[in-house]
Design a protein around this ligand. Sequence first.
Ligand code: SAH
Ligand code: SF4
Ligand code: F3S
Length: 451
Amino acid sequence: MDKTKTVYIETYGCQMNVADSEVVLSILSSAGYVRTPELSRADVILVNTCAVRENAEQRVYGRLGDFKFYKKGNPAVIVGVLGCMAERLRKDLMQSESSVDLVIGPDEYRRLPELITNAFEGEKGIAVRLSRVENYDDILPLRTDGLSAWVSVMRGCDKFCTFCVVPFTRGRERSRSLTSVVREVQELAARGFKEVTLLGQNVNSYLDDDGDRDFADLLASVARVDETLRVRFTTSHPQDVSPKLIGTIARHDNICNYIHLPVQSGSDRILRLMNRTYTADHYLRLVETIKKTIPDVSLSTDIIAGFPTETEQDHAMTLELLKAVEYDGAFTFKYSPRENTKAWQMGDDVPEQVKIDRLNQIIDLQREVSNRKNRTLIGSTVEVLVEGESKKSPDDFCGRTDTNRMVVFPKAQTVAGDYAYVRIERANSATLFGSVIARSHKSETRLAANE
Ligand code: SAH
Ligand code: SF4
Ligand code: F3S
């Protein structure tokens, strides 16, 4: 390359995409590219996209419109679409969006340098083959220093929930080796990271390449790297949460007592149509075991409102389940039909307004539950990892508890990266407010280690 080329990347969708963008930047940096946070300085613009719902794709189309306009004034700039939309829409994307030069699916990122070079010479490129083995195990993601890192441990999904595009956009399940994940976490701890989140669409399917170490073993190995490092993970499919996994979370202090355990619906009939492979009753029994084994555990969920044929009665069962579990948080979505999935053939018969009403009822109920649960913490003392300045008030810091609750408190006595004990004085459904009582012994270990 004559002059150092710069790359600008925008990331949409789930944390897997955030992690993948770091892999992409690592590959490009080895090929001599430099990242720029400013669009106006970029030789290459990349958008890492999500296809999970219609509105996720609409957002990206909106952005591609902006880039098209931008390219009119800067015709030499290369625009590339990466990720799940690239995989799902392939050629269509290039045909419908004249400004797009490259379309590259999630398993083809190693080819980026070659395809970008060709694109500079005027050749458009498309690479969307899915792989059964690609896991980018040997590529150290390019991360900016911080407190919290995403570490992808497996790729793909074999569950084929009937509403979901992920098995089509991400391909078959495959895991990284345990040794390489642990090595990466050791490096992160040495660089001062305080929290890692192990990522996969269904982390419970993790299996080391030697075939006998499962996700619980991986979690335990990662937890042993450094006891002051918080270990989180997402996402767990309810069908595969084993007693061994629950026991491992309970046994290790630094594995956070927080499980994201998407239920999707409280109706067995809908769960069957979704191919979720569990019943509401099975799910509730699992939750009971988790709560018994991990006292104070915090749980969150994903819910889809308005899946095909969903009746008021089905919806009422979802509300009942929310009340029974008492989640600490819920991510709620209106059903969005996705072409080529099984549910696509079931039609989309729940009217938009009904979907919206049901969604709002779910949100209102969950807000009430979160509010009530958070208020029970008033007067107690929680340990938080101090993350940095609160977005709403420059005099305050914010941080999260092990159970993933956001806590806001005056800045005195701590710095970002400390663990601190905070006495809770106020609470709403989203945030706890309090004051620092003391720094935790874990921060002192850190200071002593730095001296
Ligand atoms: N692998 C994770 C979730 C991946 S997608 C899991 O199984 O839990 C994140 C969430 O998006 C899903 O849990 C689901 O609630 C939602 N989702 C997926 N496809 C959807 C669709 N077609 N319409 C609406 N929501 C959807
Ligand atoms: Fe999609 Fe189901 Fe796989 Fe999650 S488990 S990614 S919802 S198919
Ligand atoms: Fe979206 Fe792909 Fe993630 S569809 S949710 S970016 S796996």
